[in-house]
Design a protein around this ligand. Structure first.
Ligand code: ADP
Ligand code: ADP
Length: 226
C-alpha cells in the first residue's frame, strides 16, 4: 500500500501556477528522483510534501492521513537536505548536531552524534567552529543534521549542487545506505547520472506538470533522454 499519495496537487503563487495538478504515489522504500528545468515546480513539490508550505488545491496523504492533519510526531519522521546548509556558525560541529538532536528529542544524544560524525566523516573536526568549515564540510554537516533523528522519509533539493568530489562521494554512499535500509527518499536533482544510478523511480516535472513518472526498471534510455 502507498506511503505517499499525491492527488491533483496544485500550488499558486499569486497568478503564477507553480504546480498544475500533480498526481503520483510512492511506497515505503521508494527512491524517487525528480528532474526538470529551473522554475518547473520541483522545489515547490518538495516543500509541499515536507509540509513547509500548503497546497492551493489537491491533496497529499501519508498512509491514510492527509498532510494537514499530520501530528508533530509524524513530521519528525521527515529529514530535509537542501543545498543551502542551515547551521550555526559560532558553534562547533558537535554542538550544532547536539542542538538539532535536542530539538528532535533524540535519545542517547552523545552516541548518536558520534555515529553521525562518523557517517559524514567529520569526527576529526567535531570541536571546530562551523565558521571555519569549507563548503564541502558544511554540506556534510548539514546532511548529518538532517539525519540525526533517523527520519523515515528524506527530502533532498539539489543535494549535489556545489559539492566537492569528497562530499559528493560521501553523499552517494549515504544515499545508498539509506535506500538499502528501506528509507523513502525523494530527491530533486540536475544530476541525471546520479539520479538514474541511485533511484527506483524517475519523474520529470515541466511547467508545473509531471510529464514523466516511471519505475526505473521500466525506463529505456532512449525514452528518458528525450
Ligand atoms: P524549481 O524548483 O523547479 O526550479 P520552483 O518550485 O522553485 O521551481 O518554482 C516554480 C515556480 O514558482 C517558479 O515560477 C518560481 O518563481 C515560483 N515560486 C517558487 N517559490 C515561490 C515563492 N515563495 N513565491 C513566489 N513564487 C514562487
Ligand atoms: P531552489 O534553488 O531551491 O529551486 P530558489 O533559489 O529558486 O530555490 O528560491 C529560493 C527561495 O525563494 C525558495 O524559498 C523559493 O520558494 C523562493 N522563490 C523562488 N522563486 C520565487 C519568486 N518568484 N518569488 C518569491 N520567492 C521565490
Amino acid at each position: 500500500s502507498s506511503l505517499i499519495t499525491v492527488d491533483q496537487l496544485k500550488k499558486k503563487y499569486g497568478e503564477n501556477e507553480a504546480l498544475k495538478g500533480v498526481s503520483f504515489s510512492l511506497v515505503e522504500g521508494d527512491f524517487l528522483s525528480i528532474f526538470g528545468p529551473n522554475g518547473a515546480g520541483k522545489s515547490t513539490l518538495l516543500k509541499l510534501l515536507s509540509a513547509q508550505t500548503r497546497p492551493s488545491g489537491g491533496k497529499i496523504y501519508y498512509g491514510e492521513t492527509e498532510i494537514k492533519d499530520l501530528t508533530d510526531d509524524f513530521r519528525s519522521k521527515f529529514g530535509v537536505i537542501s543545498h543551502l546548509p542551515f547551521l550555526y556558525e559560532s558553534l562547533s560541529a558537535y554542538d550544532n548536531l547536539k542542538f538539532y538532536a535536542k530539538l528532535y528529542g533524540v535519545e542517547n544524544i552523545d552516541f548518536r552524534i558520534k555515529e553521525i560524525l562518523d557517517i559524514v566523516e567529520l569526527t576529526h573536526r567535531k570541536d571546530d567552529l562551523v565558521r571555519n568549515f569549507s563548503r564541502g564540510m558544511l554540506q556534510r554537516l548539514s546532511i548529518g543534521r538532517a539525519l540525526i533523528h533517523n527520519p523515515d522519509i528524506i527530502f533532498l533539493d539539489e543535494p549535489y549542487t556545489g559539492l566537492d568530489q569528497h562530499a559528493s562521494n560521501i553523499l552517494t554512499r549515504i544515499l545508498k545506505e539509506l535506500f538499502s535500509h528501506r528509507k523513502t527518499i525523494i530527491m530533486v536533482t540536475h544530476n541525471l547520472a546520479k539520479g538514474y544510478e541511485l533511484s527506483s523511480k524517475l519523474a520529470i516535472i515541466r511547467s508545473g506538470e509531471m510529464v514523466f513518472f516511471k519505475e526505473k526498471d521500466d525506463v529505456n534510455d532512449y525514452e528518458f533522454e528525450d
